[in-house]
Design a protein around this ligand. Structure first.
Ligand code: DAT
Ligand code: MG
Length: 145
């Protein structure tokens, strides 16, 4: 950001392999755009293990870590940078709670995902949870932005 006094932020959004497989990339993008955030970078890719180890470092050692890695490697993902005032909090609100069974109806996870009985929760999207996480995660997926 060029203006130090601006509350404008950037966040990293991922459409996870379940969202891509189910054809929900456009739905996620549309919700982000309709909310009024600006998508400033976008790419489809197959993540590799080292990217995901960095991205999910905080979860290493948790029971769902290995299933989470395997799931994130199971197909292509779509990564994007969204920008706007308080976009980090705003996208987390659009995404809904981590557990899609109880995520609020109206949210991406609440409307479009449910428990599939898998060892890792499959919930369509990732969104950064703080400005520090956002900058760290953006570097992984967009090293030039
Ligand atoms: P979020 O994606 O809402 O930020 P997180 O960072 O705590 O949630 O976890 C990363 C992902 O790991 C999450 O989207 C789904 C999965 N996950 C989290 N907690 C889980 C749990 N207790 N059991 C199974 N999967 C879980
Ligand atoms: Mg998280």
């Amino acid at each position: 950001m060029t203006n130090a006094n601006s509350s404008a932020q950037r966040t990293l959004i991922l459409v996870k392999p379940d969202g891509v497989r189910r054809g929900l990339v456009g739905e996620v993008i549309a919700r982000v755009e309709r909310k009024g955030y600006k998508i400033s970078a976008l790419r489809m890719l197959s993540a590799d293990k080292s990217m995901l180890e960095t991205h999910y470092a905080e979860h290493k050692g948790k029971p769902f870590y290995e299933p989470l890695m395997e799931f994130m490697l199971s197909g292509p993902i779509v990564a994007m940078i969204a920008e706007g005032e308080r976009v980090i909090e705003g996208f987390r609100s659009l995404a809904g709670a981590t557990d899609p069974t109880v995520a609020a109806p109206g949210s991406i996870r609440g409307d479009l995902a449910r428990d599939q009985g898998t060892r890792v929760v499959q919930n369509i999207v990732h969104g950064s949870d703080s400005p520090e996480s956002a900058e760290r995660e953006i570097k992984i997926f967009f090293p030039n932005n």
